[in-house]
Write a protein that binds this ligand. Structure first.
Ligand SMILES: NC(=O)C1=CN([C@@H]2O[C@H](COP(=O)(O)OP(=O)(O)OC[C@H]3O[C@@H](n4cnc5c(N)ncnc54)[C@H](O)[C@@H]3O)[C@@H](O)[C@H]2O)C=CC1
Ligand SMILES: CC(=O)C(=O)O
Length: 309
């Protein structure tokens, strides 16, 4: 599968590298307003291919995206230390206004996979600008937060994160909701599993894991300026679900007519992802507190779009 990546910075290049290393694409093309950067990323990643899977890497203008089946949108500005994702909205909406037309003209059949922040609202921006159906404009949403949640829960319980089935819902951002009620370790509710193995999930443990997930981006940006490996792998995971028509259940963001009473909203829920994009949305079991938090997260996102269109 040919994959285009618009925005060859940290996130775009990490996605390209993850695709090459995982065998997630047969061809990756970078487009960036900084053409020299796009070219350099393609050349650098191509030197990993002899150690990985066959994959052609190149860079070009928008017309080089012709034939791409998925185009990852990772162009725009990123947070500075202490900055929230939502503060990037107007700047990145302007970037998308200049990007989406070029992508659609060159690759009209491509699905769009949005990474730029604030990713839920940028998914709505991309949907409106592209005219594609909602199931074909997918935001990476909380795929990264879900990975962080599974990783921390796995570490606490002493099991592989792949054996933890837990999701982060809502905004990819400060109002996100860790869905503890539906979290499982293997087949067991995590609280029961933790109690059985002598690693109880106390209020203190929950609070530590919550902060570990919710504040991860702020901590990492403070330490190294940006985050890229986690989201790069997450984007490659979504592409593979599409390419292989996996029907994988992933927490991604698409525009929905209504969620928890909030109309026309993009946020993350567990969704079935395959060749046609998102084919189903699942509403997990939630406590009253979690349901209220999901509604509040939807309201935060809705509020942030006021005046945007
Ligand atoms: N969804 C997620 O989980 C995550 C999202 N992000 C977001 O991804 C975005 C990219 O982050 P980084 O790669 O760290 O930033 P970066 O600054 O390293 O890369 C952004 C790239 O976009 C390019 N660009 C800007 N305007 C453009 C335009 N009009 N046309 C073409 N290219 C353009 C720049 O030249 C630059 O190479 C940010 O919005 C960041 O917040 C970052 C990490 C995780
Ligand atoms: C930057 C960002 O959105 C993250 O690492 O979660």
């Amino acid at each position: 599968m040919k994959v285009g990546i618009v925005g060859a910075g940290m996130v775009g290049s990490a996605a390209g590298s993850a695709l090459a290393l995982r065998g997630g694409a047969s061809e990756v093309v970078f487009v960036d307003r900084n053409a020299a950067l796009a070219q350099a990323q393609a050349e650098d990643i191509s030197h990993a291919v002899p150690f990985a899977h066959p994959c052609r890497l190149s860079a070009g203008e928008y017309d080089a995206l012709e034939g791409a089946e998925v185009v990852i949108l990772a162009a725009g500005v990123a947070q500075k230390p202490g900055e929230s994702r939502l503060s990037l909205l107007s700047r990145n909406a302007d970037v998308f206004a200049s990007v989406i037309g070029g992508v659609r003209a060159a690759a009209p059949g491509a699905m769009l996979l949005v990474a730029s922040n604030p990713v839920d609202i940028m998914t709505q921006v991309a949907l409106r600008a592209s005219g594609l159906p909602p199931e074909r404009v997918i935001g990476s949403g909380t795929i990264l937060d879900t990975a962080r949640f599974r990783s921390l829960l796995g570490a606490h319980l002493g099991i592989a994160p792949q054996s933890v089935h837990a999701y982060v819902l809502g905004e990819h951002g400060d109002s996100e909701v860790l869905a503890w009620s539906s979290a499982r370790a293997g087949t067991e509710p995590v609280a029961r599993f933790g109690a059985q193995i002598g690693a109880p999930i106390t209020e203190e443990v929950r609070a530590t894991i919550d902060a570990g997930v919710r504040r991860a981006a702020y901590r990492i940006i403070e330490g190294k300026g940006a985050t890229w490996y986690g989201i790069g792998a997450g984007l490659a995971r979504i592409v593979q679900a599409i390419r292989d028509d996996q029907g994988a259940v992933l927490s991604v963001s698409v525009v929905a007519p209504e969620i928890e009473g909030v109309p026309d909203i993009a946020l993350s829920l567990p969704r079935v992802v395959g060749r046609k994009g998102v084919s189903a949305t699942l509403m997990p079991e939630m406590s009253e507190t979690e349901t209220a938090a999901l509604r509040a997260s939807a309201e935060v996102l809705k509020e942030s779009t006021q005046g945007l269109w």
